[in-house]
Design a protein around this ligand. Structure first.
Ligand code: GAL
Length: 683
C-alpha cells in the first residue's frame, strides 16, 4: 500500500450528501487511509444499548468502494451525555476533589468500571459489525489517552490504587518501607488507609506521588488493553494502535510499546518556534526506537494552524510538506492529519483541515494534494529501516520522580534537558535512537544520559558493564541519585555510578534563576547555568572547571577511563555552543560519523534502508536555498514524482500526476530550496 496518507474523518459532523464529495476529494488528494469515528459514540449509541450503525455502514462501504483503508476508531474517547447522566460516578476528579464535568471530551475516570464496561460493550458491537469489512485495516483505540484527564483522584480511583498497591507490595510493611513512611508520622497500618496524593497542607509523600503516576499510566493502559482484548478476539490479525502524544508525561510510551502493533504519534509542530523541528526529531526518534526501529505512524498533525495555542500561526508555504517528510525520513510509514474536512461548528472550527473552509481552491488543499501525490509515488519507502550508533536514554519513571516537588531545584525540566543533549546530535547530522535504560546497549558506540535522577541498581550495573566492554558514555548532572522508590542510594552521590564515573558529588549547587557561571579551559570556555555541583575526583580527570562563582576551581566536566571504555560526566548545563563542542568530542572518541559529512547548517539528512535499496532524505529546515554535495551520483526520486523540480521547492503542485513520463534525474549535487526536500535513491 505504501505510505499511509489521510486524516481523521468525522462524517457525523456533516449531512450525508457531503460524504460522496468527501470520497471524490480524498481520491483527488491521494488519500489512502482515514481514521474514522473517533468521536462517534453518541451517534452510534444514542441511548443505552440502542445501536445505530446504519449511517456508519454507509461511511465504511463508501470508503471501501473508493479503495480507502480505515483505521477504525473504537469511539470511546468521549462518552455520550446519557452515560454521565446515568452514572455521574464516571466523571473524573482533580487532586482538590473537584469534579470535571461533561461538555468537553475525555470526561471519564480511567478506573471507572462503569466507563470501562460501557466502552467494552461498544467495542464488542463495533468489532463484530466490521470484522471482515473490506475497509477495515487497523484499529485506533480511544484517543490520546491522558490528554485532558491526566490523572483522576476520585474514590473509585482511590480503591483501584489500593488494589494496585496490594498487588505491588503484598503487605503494608513493604509499602511503608518503600514509601519511607517513618518520616512525618505517615506509617500505614492497612492498605485501606492509603489515599491518592490529593492536595495536602504541604508536600505529599514523594514515593506515594511517584507510585500514583505509575498507577495512573497503568489505569489508562488498562482501558486500552480492555478494548484491545476484544479486538484481538473478534478481529484477530487486524493491527491495533492508539495515538500517543509527544513528551506526554502521563503515558509511558516505552511501557505501552509492547502492546501497540505500530507506534502512533500526534505531533503539532509550532510554526512560531523556529527550531521546533528539533523537538519533533527527538520525539520521532523515540517513536521509532520504542519498537526497535519498526516503522511508526504520524497519526495526527495539522495541515496549517491549530486552534489551541494562545496565538496560532499558520504553517508557511512548504512547512507542512517539509515536516511531513521529516516524519517519513525518521521512520514513519504513515502521514495523517487532524482532520479531513474543517468543521463549521464546535471547538475546533478554526483548526486547519486538509479540506479547509475555503474548499479545494486553497493553498492548504493544494499542498496536501501535492504531498499525497509525492508519497504515493514512492511506495517502496514503506518498511525500510534506519540504524543509529548513538542511543540517548529516556525514562518515564525517572522523569516523574525528577519533577516532583521538594528537590534541590524545581527548575529541572526533563524534556528540556533531553533536548539540550539531543540538539547537538541533531545539528551534527548524527542518527540517534531514543531508548529506555533497560534496552540492550551493546550495539551502540555512544550512549548519552541527559538525566537519570532515578536509576535502579540493575540499570546502573548495565551502564557500567557497557562502558567496561568498550562503550563511550556521557552522563549529565543529577543522575543516579535515587532508587525506584525515590530513596537516595546510600554511599555518596551518585552512588551506583561513582566507580564508573571516577568521582563523587559532595553537594548540589543549583544556580539561581537568571544566574550563570563561567566554565573554562580551551575549547570548553564559556558559560553554564541552571545547575552546578561540588565534584570530588576519584580517578576521573577534569576537562573543564568552574572559573567563577561559589565553585570556582572545582571540576565541571570530567572523563574517566573504565575498562575498555570511557565515562564522561557533566556537572552543569553548558550553553548550546559548548554542548555542541562536548557532543562533537564525545562522538569523535566513539567514532560516530554523521549521516552525510559537510552538511550546510539547517539541513537534516537521514537514511532508510531495505532489501530493495536505500533512501537518502535531505531536508532544508532553513528559509534560504542551499546546495548539498552527494557522496555518489544518485537518483532524485522526488523530482521524478513531481514531474520536474521537486527537490528544491514546494511549487510542483500542478505537475504531472505521478512519476510516469518524468525524467529521473541522476545528480551528484542538489539544490534544496527554502524548506525544500529531496529524496534520493541509488542511481
Ligand atoms: C488532538 C486530538 C484531535 C484534535 C487535535 C487538534 O489532540 O486527538 O482530536 O483535537 O488534537 O489539534
Amino acid at each position: 500500500m505504501g505510505i499511509r496518507f489521510g486524516g481523521d474523518y468525522n462524517p457525523e459532523q456533516w449531512p450525508k450528501e457531503v460524504w460522496a464529495e468527501d470520497l471524490k476529494l480524498m481520491k483527488a488528494a491521494h488519500v489512502n487511509m482515514v481514521t474514522a469515528g473517533i468521536f462517534s459514540w453518541a451517534r452510534v449509541e444514542p441511548r443505552p444499548g440502542a445501536w445505530d450503525f446504519g449511517w456508519f455502514d454507509r461511511v465504511m462501504d463508501g470508503l471501501a468502494g473508493a479503495g480507502i483503508a480505515v483505521c477504525l476508531a473504537t469511539m470511546t474517547a468521549s462518552p455520550p451525555p446519557w452515560l454521565s447522566r446515568a452514572h455521574p460516578g464516571i466523571l473524573p476528579e482533580d487532586a482538590d476533589g473537584r469534579r470535571r464535568w461533561p461538555g468537553g471530551r475525555q470526561h471519564y475516570c480511567p478506573s471507572s468500571p462503569v466507563y470501562r464496561t460501557h466502552a467494552v460493550r461498544l467495542v464488542e458491537q463495533l468489532a463484530a459489525r466490521y470484522a471482515g469489512h473490506p475497509a477495515l485495516a487497523m484499529w485506533h483505540v480511544g484517543n490520546e489517552y491522558g490528554c485532558h484527564t491526566r490523572q483522576c483522584y476520585c474514590e473509585v480511583s482511590a480503591d483501584d490504587f489500593r488494589r494496585w498497591l496490594r498487588a505491588r507490595y503484598g503487605g503494608i510493611e513493604a509499602l511503608n518501607a518503600a514509601w519511607s513512611t517513618a518520616f512525618w508520622s505517615q506509617a500505614y497500618g492497612d492498605f485501606d488507609e492509603v489515599l491518592p496524593p490529593r492536595t495536602a497542607p504541604t508536600f505529599p509523600n514523594p514515593a506515594q506521588q511517584l507510585d500514583y503516576l505509575r498507577f495512573g499510566d497503568e489505569a489508562l493502559r488498562a482501558c486500552y488493553l480492555a478494548e484491545k482484548a476484544v479486538l484481538e478476539r473478534v478481529t484477530p490479525g487486524v493491527p491495533v494502535t492508539t495515538n500517543l502524544m509527544p513528551q506526554h508525561k502521563p503515558v509511558d510510551a516505552f511501557a505501552w510499546a509492547p502492546h501497540m502493533d505500530a507506534m502512533a504519534l500526534d505531533f503539532y509542530q509550532d510554526p512560531y518556534v523556529p527550531d521546533d523541528h528539533i523537538r519533533a526529531g527527538y520525539v520521532f526518534d523515540l517513536m521509532r526506537s520504542a519498537r526497535d526501529g519498526k516503522p511508526w505512524m504520524l497519526l495526527e498533525q495539522a495541515p496549517g494552524a491549530v486552534n489551541w495555542r494562545p496565538r496560532n500561526g499558520p504553517k508557511p508555504p512548504g512547512a507542512m510538506r517539509l515536516w511531513s517528510w521529516q516524519a517519513v525520513a525518521q521512520g514513519a510509514d504513515a502521514v495523517l492529519y487532524f482532520q479531513w474536512r474543517q468543521s463549521l461548528g464546535g471547538a475546533e472550527k478554526f483548526h486547519s483541515a486538509m479540506l479547509p473552509h475555503g474548499g479545494t481552491d486553497t493553498r492548504i488543499f493544494r499542498e496536501v494534494a501535492q504531498l499525497g501525490r509525492e508519497l504515493a509515488a514512492l511506495p517502496d519507502i514503506e518498511g525500510t529501516r534506519s540504524r543509529a550508533d548513538v542511543a540517548l536514554l529516556a525514562d518515564w519513571p525517572s522523569w516523574w520522580a525528577l519533577e516532583l516537588d521538594s528537590k534541590p531545584s524545581t527548575a529541572l525540566d526533563h524534556s528540556r534537558i533531553a533536548l539540550d543533549h539531543y540538539r547537538p546530535l541533531f545539528e551534527a547530522g548524527v542518527a540517534c535512537d531514543v531508548v529506555p535504560p533497560r534496552r540492550e546497549l551493546s550495539g551502540y558506540r555512544l550512549v548519552v544520559v541527559p538525566n537519570l535522577y532515578l536509576l535502579t541498581a540493575s540499570d546502573a550495573r548495565r551502564l557500567t558493564a557497557y562502558v567496561h566492554a568498550g562503550g563511550q558514555l556521557l552522563v549529565s548532572f543529577f543522575s543516579g541519585i535515587v532508587d525506584e522508590y525515590d530513596r537516595v542510594h546510600p554511599g555518596g552521590y551518585p552512588a551506583p555510578l561513582r566507580e564508573l564515573l571516577g568521582l563523587r558529588v559532595e553537594e548540589f549547587w543549583p544556580l539561581d534563576a537568571g544566574r550563570s557561571v563561567a566554565v573554562g579551559r580551551g575549547t570548553y570556555a564559556g558559560r553554564a547555568d541552571l545547575w552546578s555541583e561540588a565534584i570530588e575526583l576519584e580517578g576521573a580527570e577534569a576537562l573543564a572547571h568552574f572559573t567563577d562563582g561559589d565553585l570556582a576551581g572545582r571540576p565541571a566536566l570530567t572523563r574517566h577511563t573504565y575498562g575498555q571504555g570511557t565515562a564522561w560526566y557533566l556537572g552543569t548545563r553548558l550553553e548550546a555552543t559548548l554542548m555542541r563542542t562536548l557532543l562533537d568530542d564525545v562522538r569523535a572518541a566513539a567514532g560516530v560519523a554523521p549521516v552525510l559529512p559537510g552538511l550546510p547548517t539547517g539541513v537534516q539528512a537521514t537514511l532508510r534502508e531495505g532489501t530493495g535499496g536505500g533512501y537518502l532524505f535531505l531536508l532544508n529546515h532553513g528559509t534560504r536555498p542551499v546546495e548539498v554535495g552527494l557522496p555518489t551520483p544518485m537518483r532524485d526520486a522526488l523530482a521524478a514524482a513531481n514531474g520536474a523540480d521537486g527537490a528544491d521547492g514546494t511549487d510542483g503542485t500542478d505537475g504531472a500526476d505521478g512519476a510516469d513520463g518524468a525524467e529521473e534525474a541522476v545528480v551528484d549535487r542538489i539544490t534544496l530550496g527554502a524548506r525544500g526536500v529531496a529524496v534520493l535513491t541509488e542511481a
